[in-house]
Structure formats: C-alpha cells, structure tokens
Design a protein around this ligand. Structure first.
Ligand SMILES: N[C@@H](CCC(=O)N[C@@H](CS)C(=O)NCC(=O)O)C(=O)O
Length: 202
C-alpha cells in the first residue's frame, strides 16, 4: 500500500499523524513544504480545499487533520472499539484543537504578544489544568488507555511551545508524563531522534 502525507516542515496539524504512522511502523512518504515557498501553485491548486495536511492512500485523498488522524488511528490500533469510548477520545482531541485555536487567535498579531501574555497564560492554565485532570482520571491517558487523542495533545503542546518559545506543560505532571511516554514509544523514539527539534521561520 502506498501512503503519502503532505504538510509543512513543522509539527502543527500533522505531527500527531506522523507519530501514529511511525508508531504503527507504516511506511509513508513524508512530504514537507517550506513556508517560504508557499503557496506552490501547482500543489495548492490540486488540494481539495487548498489546505494542508493532506493524506493519500493508494490514490485516495483525505483532507482535514482530525479526520486523517482518526483514520490512521484505526489503522494502527489507537481508536477504541466501543462507540462511547470513541466519542470520549474524539471530544478530547477536539478540546486540544479548541485550545490551540484559542492560542492562535490570541497570537494573531505578533506585535501584541506582550499585551496578550496575560490572556495567553490564562488560556494555557484553563486548558492544561483540565487536560491534567482528565488524564489523571484516565490513568495517564484521555480514554483510560493510549489512544489517538493522546497523540493529538502531544502534537498540539509541541506546536504551542514552538510558537510561545516555552514549555507550557511544566506545571502539569500528568501531561508531562504523557509527552515523555509518547516520545519513548518504539518507532516514535527513533523518528524524534532523527527529526530533531523544529525551528520556526516566521
Ligand atoms: N481544518 C483544517 C485546517 C487546515 C489548515 O488551516 N491548514 C493550513 C496550515 S495549518 C494551511 O494549509 N495553510 C496554507 C494555506 O491556506 O494556503 C485541518 O485541520 O486540516
């Protein structure tokens, strides 16, 4: 089977998918575009909604990062089989997205970062304290055992850290432990070592 994931050379909306593909040891073409080169007209025009990430499997095309993540999770055994459990972890993944969208909105104007610092700190506290509580209840995982929502959280925290130049998880031990657990999983450990840290070119 041929698999292809196209995104920018950053974590963002694609890193959780990359992690899951490596975790499942599924071979894929990891195509990355440089922000400076974007938009590449021939690529953008061929995208169903003009945006990345895009996932292709044997010529079939899937857009929307959460739909891609959920599908790949199924392929690698990270999607619970029980419908209620599926909904619980999907809600967690959506909460992670709400968190990042809130931060992005607050950061939209980089010249206002200082002015917005208080609001950003409050948003981090609001969401991270809730993620911490939910993970604690679930034995360290959103759904009681490792699922795709845990990967989404790690990808989103990484991305937020990259933009905020910090470690937003540092006061949240269960969140911190989950990040370490995911980084040390077979397949991901090797990928992270090879990938190295991301740098932001804005
Ligand atoms: N809801 C979409 C959002 C996708 C999105 O916003 N992609 C951005 C990068 S994170 C993009 O492609 N930007 C470049 C463009 O719009 O030309 C998803 O989750 O996949």
């Amino acid at each position: 089977m041929s698999r292809k994931l196209q995104y920018f050379d950053v974590n963002g909306y694609a890193e959780a998918v990359r992690y899951m593909l490596h975790y499942g040891k599924l071979e894929f073409e990891d195509i990355r575009y440089k922000r400076d080169d974007w938009p590449i007209k021939s690529v953008k025009d061929a995208l169903p909604y003009g945006q990345l990430p895009i996932y292709e499997e044997d010529g079939r095309v899937l857009s929307q990062s959460l739909a891609i993540a959920r599908y790949v999770a199924h392929e690698v055994g990270l999607l619970p089989s029980d419908p209620w459990e599926q909904a619980v972890v999907e809600a967690a993944a959506l909460n992670c997205y709400d968190f990042v969208k809130k931060i992005v909105t607050l950061m939209l104007d980089p010249s206002k970062i200082e002015e917005n610092k208080k609001n950003i700190d409050e948003a981090v506290e609001f969401y991270l304290s809730r993620f911490e509580k939910e993970l604690k209840t679930g034995n360290g995982y959103f759904g009681g055992k490792l699922s795709w929502a845990d990967f989404i959280l790690v990808g989103m925290i990484e991305t937020t850290n990259l933009y905020l130049k910090g470690s937003i998880e540092k006061n949240y031990p269960t969140v911190t432990a989950l990040i370490s657990k995911i980084y040390s999983l077979p397949g991901i450990k090797e990928y992270v070592a090879k990938r190295g840290p991301y740098v932001l070119n804005l």
